[in-house]
Design a protein around this ligand. Sequence first.
Ligand SMILES: *[C@@H]1O[C@H](CO)[C@@H](O)[C@H](O)[C@H]1NC(C)=O
Ligand SMILES: *[C@@H]1O[C@H](CO)[C@@H](O)[C@H](O)[C@H]1NC(C)=O
Ligand SMILES: *[C@@H]1O[C@H](CO)[C@@H](O)[C@H](O)[C@H]1NC(C)=O
Ligand SMILES: *[C@@H]1O[C@H](CO)[C@@H](O)[C@H](O)[C@H]1NC(C)=O
Ligand SMILES: *[C@@H]1O[C@H](CO)[C@@H](O)[C@H](O)[C@H]1NC(C)=O
Length: 538
Amino acid sequence: MKSVYAALRLLLAASLPVAFAATAEEWRGRSIYQIITDRFALPQGSSSSTCDPGAQTFCGGTWNSIRENLDYVQDAGFTAIWISPVNQNYEGPRSAYGDPYHGYWMADISQLNSRFGTAEDLKALSAELHRRNMYLMVDVVVNNVMATSTTPDYSKYFFKDASFYHPYCPIQWGNATSEEECWMGDERVPLPDIDTRNPTVISRYGEWITNLVKEYSIDGLRIDAAKHVQMDFWPQFCEKAGVFCMGEVFGGQEVDPIAQYQGAQALDSVLNFPMYTALVEAFKIPGPANVSAVAHVFEESRTKFKDVGLLGNFLENHDLPRWHNLSVDPQSMYNAMTFNFMSDGIPVVYYGQEQAFSGSADPFNREPLWPSEYAKTDAYKLMATLNQLRNFLVNTTDWVKQEAELLTTSPYGFALMKGSVISILTNIGSPPQNGTHIAVTSPYASGTAMINILTCQQWAVGAKGMLDAQYTLGGVPTILIPSDMLDGSGLCGAELRTTANNGGRADALSSSPHLSPFASPFSLALIALISLFFAMTS
Ligand SMILES: *[C@@H]1O[C@H](CO)[C@@H](O)[C@H](O)[C@H]1NC(C)=O
Ligand SMILES: *[C@@H]1O[C@H](CO)[C@@H](O)[C@H](O)[C@H]1NC(C)=O
Ligand SMILES: *[C@@H]1O[C@H](CO)[C@@H](O)[C@H](O)[C@H]1NC(C)=O
Ligand SMILES: *[C@@H]1O[C@H](CO)[C@@H](O)[C@H](O)[C@H]1NC(C)=O
Ligand SMILES: *[C@@H]1O[C@H](CO)[C@@H](O)[C@H](O)[C@H]1NC(C)=O
């Protein structure tokens, strides 16, 4: 009987109209928690095994173990997760760089990666996220497969003939054609480059992504190595996906080379590498403390990116050193993190940042999360507060669509205003400093009652709109909002009202144009049928 119930539950999950299949507009107000499936959580009852990131092997996380630990993510206020790739990977002997625990070493993408669970497990994760009004973003690798020699056996891949691949050549960095056509990786672990101009490749990739998104009710895609595929591949691919696409266009502080990948000619969104690089330059301790870098990228982004509100703002990911490997002072992270949530863009937090993990780059930045015991650290609480404010503003106002502006820059930081919220951020670090302050001229009338939502202290706007941040308690971030706007937010003693969402959360169910075709007579009939079944058997 138990298995019948389980089967029915799965049937229901698969057929009810919970497929959000979200658009860029619906993602704008979200915040994303990035997960490496193998490293987020152990399955229930498995003995807490040790996991050495340096060993580059599987540690045991699965889609089920993500599903069983979603409270941790949702309690921090995140409204979406991004998971590492779900498709079949290389399954041969250990390679020169270990095993494909990270999921990026593609083999046959028509299959799922059995290491992480079954099709039912992935559907159950998707259904559970949707039950919580959260979105599922899946990482996809289109540019390449993985091999252990430059003359691989192509029959084990989705595209089974050498004619679907570019011939082997090592990438000549800086040569755009070479970056698109030559093979990433190296000779020990080459990543054979798929010929994404081949019409058969284009059409089969289109069918594949349509089916993947539909089958697992995926709400958005993160696209690996997007700049290694010719740009005009993306619009038709993402149209076939029918969901939000956020691409990885790896880069530094220069805005132009990355901004060209956002827009109708390419992708809805890209990860915000220029701002990441600038935030490191401005906030890292010790570091150049170059506040102008942020101001520079901020201003350039407004003119060069198609839509800064859709960029993925991050401080860490699986390819970069952890923030705490670059900068141990926690206030440096708190300030930079506050910028990512309170400025334009979609905040993306890589799992473990809230636990102050400090590994250097790949593979040391893929630590197991379980030894942290999922503690509610200060960083976790800060993220929860930032998400609570942002979710509240997304739910009740058009805040997320109002473009941020820099009010002030100083040698120690800057003030940023987005909608009604003023964030004053500094790079001076934890030690208290007398005399160091940031004076901000705000548009608020003198005497306006403001509240700092990170401390719940009242602030009054001074003459000529002046707000003055003092650092006698160290370089903490400050987030000011008129006190009367917090009503309903649950922050700083204000009453909590669960608000209907205008940012795509609740009404994704009722007004999304992307409802699955099952959203209707079919599922009603199914429910009727199932009710009848229960009536008869119980
Ligand atoms: C750039 O790379 C392409 C593809 O490998 C190659 O054909 C071309 O000669 C390279 N251009 C230069 C200037 O090296
Ligand atoms: C600080 O950043 C600005 C803008 O990117 C740059 O022009 C300047 O050279 C940087 N200063 C230092 C000291 O690195
Ligand atoms: C940075 O990472 C390396 C390698 O994991 C480690 O040896 C080093 O201690 C880390 N630095 C900090 C500050 O944690
Ligand atoms: C935002 O709206 C959603 C959906 O109605 C709700 O679950 C959530 O609690 C709201 N969040 C805030 C902070 O109001
Ligand atoms: C800051 O100034 C106050 C009073 O003016 C003094 O009591 C305190 O010790 C000073 N702190 C530092 C770190 O200099």
